[in-house]
Design a protein around this ligand. Structure first.
Ligand SMILES: *[C@@H]1O[C@H](CO)[C@@H](O)[C@H](O)[C@H]1NC(C)=O
Length: 540
């Protein structure tokens, strides 16, 4: 069970054996009574009928919508100095409430935001929806619960920064010899349905159904902050941000529904049943009856590599895993969408589909990726550096972390070196160049192409090659994203492909030396020097 109290207004809902279900306003606090607990002057206590559990909701501050108290089993879950809110707080807002059919709804409004907290009688989950007609001026849209560190000490270890020393920006820290950052709590949207923090006998979890990312940006593999352990235990749902945003402008409309669930410690189900919200008149909310389905088939992708089908237009985005050559994606809002066939995280083909409410539309997708018959390949053509040196660590630590393997520069020998020795990223000032040694047969020489695929670039970093005595032209700079990249724990940028033609007479039927250099017109030091992330290297 859970409930909130706030300084403005609070919701509390619970079984109704002990008190009346409803919402009351007292001074600047709005208190929601679940109906199963006791309401106290300082907030809300909720008793379930099955156990003597008290969940005090933070009151909702009626001047700005902040949640200022949350009491559960006698524990205050809310931090006492920094509150739970949208963005960095709404400043001032109109806060109203309504109760009907055992559902309490708190509506927090500004000129561009309508934010809802909804509680069902007897259920310890705060259902949330956020309508934004414009991007907040801070340039990101997030829900942040600033919880009590004492009550909820366990977050994501890689995101625990309290007492650390900043080593990059104001968001990457060194703590007890380990690099830490809120960015290292990020999980790709496609897998981030439940994340939370826990303490003794209590857990607080964000629940975000896959479809509830429809108004966010960046596609299925975009990752954003879930947690930071500072003086507070911060729990997030980032709806959009400039944290390596590869898809702009941000969408507007209804974000969610999502939820904050309070449990006795176990993670809640990812299957959040939001059907009861269909009739609540939420601004911008489209019920299941107003949505359609797309089914289809796909072919031509690399065997053994996961397939995802993505859908996007200016209003919404969706995705679904493909399996055995087919897929079915339900709950898509009406509209015309670009459909993307992903081989791993790499766009392999596209299509178009128009979705209508209550209808099923079909689409056929075929990979249009060039698949040459290669002489050799390093890595997998999947839009990710998975399998390369330090790729298993980069999502949860800074590249300078002493737990990382040495970055080199690396010399890789075709035929004997393992892919795990090939660097996942190449930094101009750290591990430049990467050298590939290859002993060719006479049948393998002549004019060839070296293809380098990358997943991300920073400060204009891209490859240029030297093969024996031949040096390639310098490719143009890749599209730039206004953000740090791999140093904040992600490889997910804009996939690029660089084809270098090696002229006849360059390769020899003995040992060849191929150097890959990071080049850029920009400068930078250390791991913030121009860099790129490898997907794969192929010779054909
Ligand atoms: C979801 O909730 C509705 C009532 O709001 C109920 O009718 C329906 O059976 C529930 N669905 C599932 C899968 O539990």
């Amino acid at each position: 069970m859970k409930f909130f109290c706030s300084s403005l207004a609070i919701l509390a809902l619970l079984p109704s054996a002990f008190a009346a279900f409803g919402v009351t306003t007292s001074g600047s606090n709005m208190v929601v009574d679940s109906g199963a607990g006791l309401v106290t002057t300082s907030g809300l206590k909720i008793h379930t009928t099955s156990e003597e559990t008290e969940l005090a909701h933070p009151p909702v501050n009626t001047a700005n919508g902040d949640i200022t108290s949350m009491l559960f089993n006698g524990k205050q879950l809310q931090d006492s100095s920094k509150f739970t809110q949208l963005s960095s707080g709404l400043g001032s807002a109109s806060v109203t409430s309504s109760v009907a059919n055992n559902i309490a709804k708190i509506t927090i409004s500004t000129s561009t935001i309508t934010h809802y907290y909804i509680v069902q009688s007897g259920v310890n989950t705060l259902y949330i929806g956020t309508f934004a007609s414009a991007e907040p001026t801070v340039g990101e849209l997030r829900f942040i619960a600033r919880l009590s560190k004492a009550s909820l000490p366990k977050g994501v270890v890689a995101s625990e920064i309290n007492g650390g020393t900043a080593i990059e920006g104001t968001d990457v820290f060194l703590l007890n010899g380990q690099t830490r950052s809120k960015f290292y709590s990020s999980i790709p949207f496609i897998r981030d349905q439940v994340h939370g923090v826990t303490g003794s006998g209590v857990g607080v979890f964000m629940v975000i159904p896959g479809v509830s990312y429809e108004t966010s940006s960046g596609g299925p593999f975009f990752r954003d902050i879930d947690n930071q352990g500072s003086a507070q235990q911060e729990l997030y749902f980032y709806m959009n941000s400039g944290h390596e945003a590869a898809e702009l402008p941000f969408r507007t409309g209804f974000f969610g529904p999502y939820a904050m669930a309070v449990t006795t410690g176990a993670a809640p189900s990812a299957n959040l049943n939001t059907t009861f919200m269909d009739s609540l008149g939420l601004q911008g909310y489209v019920p299941a009856s107003g949505r359609g389905t797309v089914t289809g088939t796909y072919s031509g992708t690399l065997a053994g590599t996961a397939v995802t089908i993505g859908f996007k237009n200016s209003a919404a985005q969706y995705w679904i895993a493909g399996s055995g050559g087919s897929f079915s994606r339900t709950l898509i809002k009406p509209g015309t969408y670009t459909v993307i066939l992903y081989q791993g995280e790499l766009e392999a083909g596209t299509g178009s589909v128009t979705v209508a409410a209550g209808k099923t539309t079909t689409v056929t997708l075929v990979s249009s990726l060039s698949v040459p018959s290669v002489i050799w390949r390093i890595g997998t053509v999947d839009g990710s550096p998975v399998g390369f040196l330090n790729a298993d660590k980069i999502e949860t630590m800074h590249p300078s972390d002493t737990r990382m393997s040495s970055w080199g520069p690396i010399t890789f020998t075709v035929g004997t070196s393992a892919a795990s020795s090939f660097p996942m990223a190449q930094f101009k000032a750290v591990n430049n160049p990467t050298t590939i040694k290859w002993t060719a047969t006479s049948a393998q020489i002549g004019a060839r192409t070296l293809r380098i695929r990358t997943t991300e670039a920073f400060a204009g970093g891209r490859p240029q090659i030297t093969v024996n005595s031949f040096t390639s032209a310098a490719p143009a700079a890749p599209p730039s994203i206004d953000s740090r990249g791999v140093t904040r724990g992600t490889w997910r940028g804009l996939n690029q492909v660089y084809d270098f033609v090696i002229p006849t007479g360059t390769l020899t039927a003995s040992t060849n030396t191929i150097q890959i250099n990071t080049i850029s017109g920009s400068a930078g030091d250390g791991f913030l020097s121009p860099n790129f992330v490898y997907d794969s290297v192929e010779l054909f």
